[in-house]
Design a binder for this molecule. Structure first.
Ligand code: C2E
Ligand code: CA
Ligand code: CA
Ligand code: CA
Length: 281
């Protein structure tokens, strides 16, 4: 027993050391990634549930690693968060999104009133200079603040609620809107809803996935939509892959959706083709 215990401790240590070293390798790679332009943004359309028109897009980060291929944000965002690099990468995402909006404005592709959403990480949001950086970046590219939407999660709000509300209020006054991402997965979303200047709820794709077969998920989605509508919020369903899921969302009164049914996140060139096709409809 003793022997086995010691082995498992050593095994545990080895595994931890392994994890730490992998993390360090990735951190080094991520440092280079920013300098060597390995990050890219892809864009996923947000679609009007009733008309099928594109009403906006979400920018999603992609890392094209020189030897490992494309790495999913699920695997590297946590490393960016813990190392603090998310601040630089987040600023890059903002800058790149503004460049994209500038380009689409010049091409006449971006209708007024449509918004590009970017994901904001808690650490990035809590920085003192965040508001100034955002305003400066918008000005630099002559982007009206009302073409930008920020997707945040409860994690941003949970600590220091009042500070978060202040930051959001200032940015809202400029014209930036806020969406609460992954809604329904946290603990206390509902208690924040009335206090936060959030205009949109994004229903997590975990609920949408089983909306046809799982009665509980269906009831939950209907409840979120009903509640959101009563609070004058807009609702976006994530992860819609099938026509039958869309039909249910239509019945429930959901406003917009994202998902493979319409399109995955695609390169800027491919997204421009989507916008052009949409304009011809
Ligand atoms: P998220 O914000 O919840 O983004 C939605 C994820 O669902 C994206 O994964 C998207 O590609 C994926 N998705 C879209 N449609 C479907 C569908 O029909 N079915 C399924 N199964 N999935 C779908 P992605 O691009 O891998 O991003 C993962 C997460 O990484 C995001 O989740 C977000 O939390 C984070 N992330 C991505 N880009 C950024 C960024 O620029 N900044 C920060 N801070 N986080 C980011
Ligand atoms: Ca998001
Ligand atoms: Ca989400
Ligand atoms: Ca998520």
């Amino acid at each position: 027993v003793k022997e086995k215990g010691r082995d498992s401790i050593e095994f545990f240590n080895e595994e931890m050391a392994d994890k730490v070293s992998r993390q360090l390798v990735m951190e080094g790679d991520l440092h280079r990634a920013l300098d060597e332009y390995q990050f890219k943004l892809h864009y996923q359309p947000k679609i009007d549930v009733m008309t099928g028109f594109v009403v906006g897009a979400e920018a999603l980060l992609r890392w094209e690693h020189p030897t490992k291929g494309t790495i999913s944000p699920i695997d590297f965002i946590p490393v960016l968060e813990t190392s603090g690099m998310i601040i630089d990468v987040g600023q890059w995402v903002l800058e790149e999104s503004c460049k994209t909006l500038e380009r689409w404005n010049e091409m006449g592709l971006w209708r007024e009133g449509t918004r590009l959403s970017i994901n904001i990480s808690p650490r990035q949001f809590r920085r003192n200079a965040f508001v100034d950086d955002v305003v400066q970046t918008l000005n630099k590219h002559k982007i009206p603040a009302n073409s930008l939407d920020m997707e945040i999660t409860e994690g941003i709000v949970i600590q220091r609620v009042d500070e978060a509300i202040t930051t959001m209020t200032v940015l809202s006054e400029y014209g930036i809107s806020f969406s609460l991402d992954d809604f329904g997965t946290g603990y206390s979303s509902i208690s924040y809803l009335k206090r936060l200047p959030v205009s949109t709820l994004k229903i997590d794709k975990g609920f949408v996935r089983d909306i046809i077969d799982d009665r509980n998920d269906r009831v939950l989605v209907e409840t979120i939509i009903t509640m959101g509508r009563l609070l004058d919020m807009e609702l976006v369903a994530e992860g819609v892959e099938q026509t039958d899921q869309l039909k249910i969302l239509q019945q429930f009164g959901c406003h917009y959706y994202q998902g493979y049914l319409s399109s995955p996140a695609v390169s800027i060139e491919n997204f421009e083709e989507i916008l052009m096709a949409d304009a011809k409809k």
